[in-house]
Write a new protein. Structure first.
Length: 139
């Protein structure tokens, strides 16, 4: 005798997989942020660029420390998502939005890198928001 599976349970399992995917990508994003921040702290002369009408400068060590702290918190939140902690989804969304805004400031200096990270951040938002109700119902 075969057992019929509920479409809702199967769909919830799929979206729970999206949350795990988001956790992995969030972990990688956090590691990239830590590396990027350390590069800014250890080699502050690496972050400057010529812009139309002048030179765009950052407070590179300050920005680097902010990026390192953001990366560490992203990593911690990724582990919270792996553990299905209730706080982790909301925290991840807020952090990913902040990460996207930080990358927007980096577009003039490193456009390809910033655009790639913003796209990754949007994928994380999609995984955590679009089917969040189904994830809760599947539990």
């Amino acid at each position: 005798m075969s057992t019929a599976h509920s479409p809702q349970v199967a769909e919830s399992g799929t979206w729970a997989g999206w949350v795990r995917f988001a956790a992995v990508i969030l972990l990688v994003n956090g590691l990239f942020s830590v590396i990027q921040g350390l590069a800014a702290i250890l080699g502050p002369n690496a972050y400057y660029t010529g812009a139309q009408g002048g030179l765009l400068l950052f407070d590179v060590p300050g920005w680097g420390w902010f990026t390192v702290v953001l990366g560490v918190v992203l990593i911690a939140t990724a582990f919270g998502l792996f553990g299905e902690a209730a706080w982790a989804r909301t925290t991840a969304l807020v952090l990913v939005i902040v990460s996207s805004l930080v990358q927007m400031m980096l577009v003039p200096v490193q456009p390809w890198w910033a655009i790639i990270i913003i796209a990754i951040d949007m994928t994380i938002i999609y995984a955590l928001v679009v089917r969040g109700d189904e994830i809760r119902q599947g539990r």
